[in-house]
Write a protein that binds this ligand. Structure first.
Ligand code: ADP
Length: 249
């Protein structure tokens, strides 16, 4: 496991009053994140074994069941780049599946938390952690698969009727995809449940011939939590494409 720029990191914020003492003692918990704390075992089944989060991490970590599905698309020893790795939910599952992972996040606190969480799962030696800007690093990266869970703009994405690719942060989804394609055509992209599915095929058309594409709705206990796009022959195992948003939402 390697990392850069991880020294002198501030600790994640301590929790606050609106919670019972036992709950409030958990790191990263605020009134805003309390509802996510109640789902903690869906985010990390080993939560009680020392998982650490910050407030943003609670909003943005992929539920473990979904991260396991993503990881099932890679094979032993694949090199997977997790471009916006956050507190490590996806990187951990890729590593647990036997892949080697390069986990990148621009926020050094997130990288510290992800390193801790990888240790909880016993997979830290399979992950190289990098503090950095994915867009700056991309031209020098090589990998078999790139996993993208770019910022959705926090929980407010839920208030938007149709989430378009232009709303992804820090740069629109088309530009993100083009930058990523220069690394590999095998791309897994995890997007909000209200993503505009009519735009999705446009991403595969950025290549010639168009990339294989599979669209997977991700349900947790019958609730649609997100949509995963699998591009390229390595990860789009059973290509099927729905462009009708009503199929999912
Ligand atoms: P959301 O909007 O879905 O809540 P976040 O804002 O938490 O998502 O962003 C997801 C992760 O991506 C965060 O951990 C954040 O630090 C990281 N991130 C944001 N921009 C970049 C970037 N340019 N390169 C690498 N990581 C980034």
């Amino acid at each position: 496991m390697t990392t850069s720029e991880t020294s002198n990191l501030s600790r994640p914020q301590r929790a606050n009053k609106g919670l019972r003492k036992s709950e409030g003692s958990k790191e990263g918990i605020s009134p805003l994140t309390k509802k996510y704390w109640h789902q903690r075992y869906r985010l990390f089944s080993k939560y009680d074994q020392g998982i650490q989060m910050d407030e943003e991490g609670w909003f943005s970590v992929t539920p473990e069941e979904t991260a396991i599905k993503h990881a099932q698309r890679c094979s032993d020893h694949d090199l997977v780049i997790d471009s916006f790795s956050g507190v490590g939910g996806n990187a951990i599952q890729f590593a647990a599946k036997g892949c080697h992972v390069i986990a990148i996040d621009i926020d050094p606190v997130k990288v510290e938390l992800a390193m801790n969480n990888a240790k909880v799962y016993g997979v830290e030696e399979y992950i190289d952690f990098i503090v950095g800007d994915f867009f700056a690093l991309a031209p020098s990266l090589k990998g078999d698969i790139v996993f993208l869970s770019p910022p959705w703009g926090g929980p407010s994405y839920k208030d938007i009727q149709t989430f378009t690719l232009e709303l992804l942060k820090p740069i629109d989804g088309y530009t993100l995809f083009q930058v990523t394609q220069a690394i590999t055509p095998n791309i897994i992209m995890f997007l909000p449940r209200n993503i505009n599915l009519k735009q999705v095929p446009e991403l595969s058309w950025l290549s010639s011939p168009p990339l294989e594409l599979e669209v997977e709705p991700n349900y947790i206990q019958n609730h649609l939590k997100g949509v995963t796009l699998y591009f390229g022959s390595t990860v789009a195992a059973s290509p099927r494409c729905s462009t009708d948003a009503d199929d999912l939402v």
